[in-house]
Design a protein around this ligand. Structure first.
Ligand code: ADP
Length: 491
């Protein structure tokens, strides 16, 4: 039996997942870790705790594989993106907590840089200048952590996203590397000539010797020793790109949407980056051998989180799954629109002053109708992102592949198919993120060729549009009208 292990280092937990050589999930170990909120808008993780939880889940998985008598060919890493760690090279000691992607401490600095150099930076990196990305977090550490600049002068400072931090530690300080998809989220990487940009390093005042070597997504990242067994690290890739790969969206025009806390839609745009005119990001999907795949990315801030709000915020659900049953019992929601813009609107609107609303309430509106309209709001938001993608890429999507917790909801998936007028393909393995890193590791190990993987990914269910295009049109118009009403609400 041949196995691959995916290390899925997420925002709230670290997981290790054992896959067999048919790409089937065999065993999962998971550990949550602390979220640290030192001030309003600040979000940190303890790098040591990230490492400890990741390694202990990996040890569990390795022990399980031994019990099964199998051989682990290697490890693949997929990770929460943009989160930044700084450590001392000579000792491996973190000099500050990890600054998490959600952290907004650098927003006013970013706003200033955006006003001055936003277009230039977008042209080089494909990104909008925002505190979300890693570059300004590294600058913050250099400016605020006393020992940082001294260590930098002595060539003893290392920066890295979570993949780099794990690789450094798993290889006992032998490898300071990242993969190209993670590098493309830092605001420091030129996505056209595929290297750290001298100009951008200058803008953010980051010393180049603190940065990791940029490798392919399937590559040789060194050896980890776990339970006295040597395991080669064969891949690293950011979580959303990994899901795109795990969903086998290998060809230009293929796309996936992940329905988690928020939604992340990525579309493969082939070997050339497409510059977005519609508020999307241009990012690197992955690099294998000499071939770089680019993607367009759009994110919705609140998706599954709106269902959590129905459950925990206003207590009209006891659990998320109940939303499907209620939606099926609910009356007509043609004129009822819920917009869960709790934290403003993401792509394609980028309105941080928008706020949530429920419009069109009548005497017969009850919890079932509110629930149904909330589920529908996820589908409308995804439609808006896809619309922007279609416009930017000129590609008419054939099928949308889906994953993430809320894709379990059949009502939502059917409504999504109706609204998009496109088939929705839900795979058997819902762990696309972990699967992507395992696939890449398997390619690097010589176990699979990319084309073999298409046979491995199995559809569990295809949702085809059941409502006529003309019938859907007024629903979309009403949604767009409602969005207009909430724009700039708290400005
Ligand atoms: P994340 O990785 O962002 O934590 P997950 O992919 O685990 O998210 O998905 C969890 C989200 O999906 C939660 O916000 C939850 O409300 C939502 N969710 C889970 N199951 C359902 C369901 N059956 N219907 C609708 N939403 C659901």
């Amino acid at each position: 039996m041949k196995f691959l292990v995916s290390l899925d280092q997420g925002t709230t937990s670290s997981r290790s997942i054992l896959f067999n050589n048919k790409g089937e999930e065999i065993f999962v170990a998971q550990k949550e870790f602390k979220q640290i909120f030192p001030k309003s808008g600040w979000v940190e993780h303890d790098p040591q705790e990230i490492l400890d939880t990741q390694i202990s889940t990996l040890q569990e998985v390795v022990a399980h594989s031994l019990k099964l008598g199998g051989e682990i060919l290697g490890l693949g890493i997929t990770n929460q993106r943009e989160t930044l760690v700084a450590w001392q090279k000579s000792t491996g000691r973190p000099i500050y907590n990890a600054i998490v992607w959600q952290d907004t401490r650098t927003s006013s600095y970013c706003q200033k840089i955006k006003n001055e150099l936003g277009d230039f930076i977008k042209e080089r990196t494909g990104l909008i200048v925002d505190s979300y990305f890693s570059g300004s977090k590294a600058k913050w550490i250099l400016d605020h952590v006393e020992e940082a600049s001294k260590l930098a002068e002595q060539n003893d400072l290392a920066f890295g996203t979570i993949d780099s931090w794990l690789i450094w530690n798993l290889t006992e300080g032998k490898t300071h590397a990242t993969d190209i998809s993670n590098a493309s989220r830092t605001l420091l990487f030129d996505i056209h000539n595929l290297s750290w940009s001298e100009e951008l390093l200058k803008i953010f005042a980051i010393p180049s010797n603190s940065l990791p070597e940029v490798k392919n997504s399937a590559d040789d990242f060194g050896l980890a020793t776990i339970n006295q067994i040597n395991l080669p690290i064969l891949s690293a890739i950011g979580d959303q790109q990994s899901a795109l790969f795990g969903q086998c969206c290998f060809n230009p025009g293929q796309a996936k949407n992940t329905y988690g806390t928020g939604c992340f839609m990525l579309m493969n745009t082939g070997n050339n980056p497409i510059n977005s005119e519609n508020g999307l990001l241009t990012t690197i999907g992955w690099k294998i051998n000499d071939s770089v795949m680019y993607a367009l990315e759009g994110s919705v801030f609140v998706a599954g989180a709106a269902i959590q709000w129905l459950r925990d915020g206003i207590s009209i659900l006891t659990n998320a799954a109940e939303s499907e049953k209620l939606a099926l019992q609910a009356g007509d929601t043609t004129d009822l629109v819920v917009i869960p813009a709790f934290a403003g609107l993401g792509a394609p609107y980028w309105d941080m002053f928008a706020r949530g609303a429920i419009l069109g309430i009548t005497r017969d509106t009850g919890r079932a109708e509110i629930t149904k309209a909330t589920l529908e709001s996820l589908a409308f938001q995804v439609r808006d992102v896809l619309e922007a993608m279609t416009e930017d890429s000129g590609i008419d999507l054939a099928t949308l592949n889906v994953d993430g917790g809320a894709c379990a909801n059949n009502y939502l998936m059917q409504f999504q198919a109706d609204i998009l007028q496109k088939p929705i393909d839900r795979p058997v393995c819902k762990e696309s993120t972990a699967l992507g890193a395992a696939f890449l590791a398997g390619i690097q190990a010589g176990l699979w060729k990319q084309e073999d993987l298409i046979e491995i990914r199995k559809s569990e269910r295809i949702f085809k549009p059941e409502i006529d295009k003309e019938e859907i049109k007024p629903r979309i118009e009403k949604w767009l009208k409602a969005v207009e009403r909430i724009k700039n609400w708290v400005d």
